[in-house]
Design a protein around this ligand. Structure first.
Ligand code: NAP
Length: 292
């Protein structure tokens, strides 16, 4: 395949950044990858894993001459990073991010976007509980949605970026920031919040009980511990930057939980069973949609 972007700069070469490097390289859609990370321990690992043609700790140096710049750093850091690199970006280049919240990223980056820069916020719906450059793999995006916010960018540039993510195996879908944050609050952010809460409830149990919870951990609790092992900085930033939608979904969740609590207390067998039938259908539709 011929290159879709000749030179790309990936700033923040953790799980997502390294997966972009590996997937883009394998698809043959880039000629040169420059990677950049603020963590000094990352440089030798990037070299060892062959994640880039060149590496620099200086983001300004990384973006010079890049046709596509991917900001894959925690959402709380994206605005300041955009402000820092913008004067060094090449006119006509595409700037994107992979952040898990979109309203805050659009708010923090848009005021800095220079003339001739095509700002296309985006979010790949793919990830694991691992972080760092060693966690990436080229199939991370395979069959996963990659949400794209086209804004006012010319159609030809949006289509080119869509071709880029599609070549990495993702399914491109356009969305706006408000809708994105509402959907993700329920499908991703709330489940992580619940997982962090359940695991911290276990931590607070008296020690014998806690030890046995860990020792006899069955699949339900084990699944929550996987989610609760996700990167602390990334998730701190997600909750702080999508507070409105998360609090709204949490309110609804609390009401539904109280309803369930009441059904258990009053022995409402039919109510419990019919709810569990409905939720089982949701699981089946996720499997049918190939997103399990
Ligand atoms: P990660 O594995 O923790 O990697 C992020 C890297 O960026 C770290 O090495 C970090 O260094 C570095 N960094 C932070 N600020 C920087 C800056 N200003 N300049 C250069 N490097 C900087 O994170 P990730 O999981 O790949 O997530 C990256 C982004 O993708 C986040 O916005 C996240 O919300 C989003 N995302 C994540 C997932 C997921 O499942 N993990 C899924 C979809 C989207 P330090 O460690 O020194 O800070």
């Amino acid at each position: 395949m011929t290159a879709i972007y000749s030179r790309i700069a990936i700033i923040g070469i953790g799980l997502i950044g390294s997966s972009v490097a590996l997937a883009a390289r394998r698809a043959g859609i880039v000629d040169h990858i420059v990677s950049c990370d603020s963590d000094p321990e990352v440089a030798p690992e990037v070299k060892h894993l062959g994640l880039a043609d060149s590496f620099t700790a200086d983001a300004v140096e990384a973006v010079a001459d890049a046709d596509l710049v991917v900001m894959s750093v925690p959402v709380g850091a994206i605005g300041a990073l955009a402000a820092q690199i913008m004067p060094a970006m090449k006119p006509g280049a595409v700037l994107t991010d992979t952040g898990s919240t979109k309203r805050s990223v659009v708010r923090d980056v848009t005021p800095h976007v220079g003339d001739g820069i095509h700002w296309i916020p985006s979010h790949p719906l793919a990830g694991t509980e691992h972080s760092g450059p060693g966690a990436g793999f080229p199939d991370l995006f395979k069959g996963r949605y990659w949400l794209i916010l086209p804004g006012e960018v010319p159609e030809v540039e949006v289509a080119r970026f869509e071709a880029f993510v599609t070549a990495m195996g993702a399914v491109a879908e356009r969305m706006d920031a408000d809708y994105h944050d509402k959907v993700l609050a329920l499908t991703s952010h709330l489940p992580h919040l619940i997982a962090y809460t359940i695991v911290s409830t276990a931590v607070n149990l008296e020690s014998q009980l806690k030890n046995d919870v860990i020792r006899f951990s069955a699949s339900g609790f084990r699944d929550f511990t996987r989610l609760a092992a996700s990167d602390p900085v990334m998730w701190r930033d997600v909750f702080i930057n999508n507070d409105e939608a998360v609090l709204e979904m949490l309110q609804r969740f609390s009401e539904d939980l109280s309803d369930l609590q009441r059904a258990i207390r009053w022995g409402e067998r039919d109510k419990l069973e019919s709810l569990f039938h409905r939720t089982r259908e949701i699981r089946r539709s996720i499997i049918d949609a190939g997103q399990s």
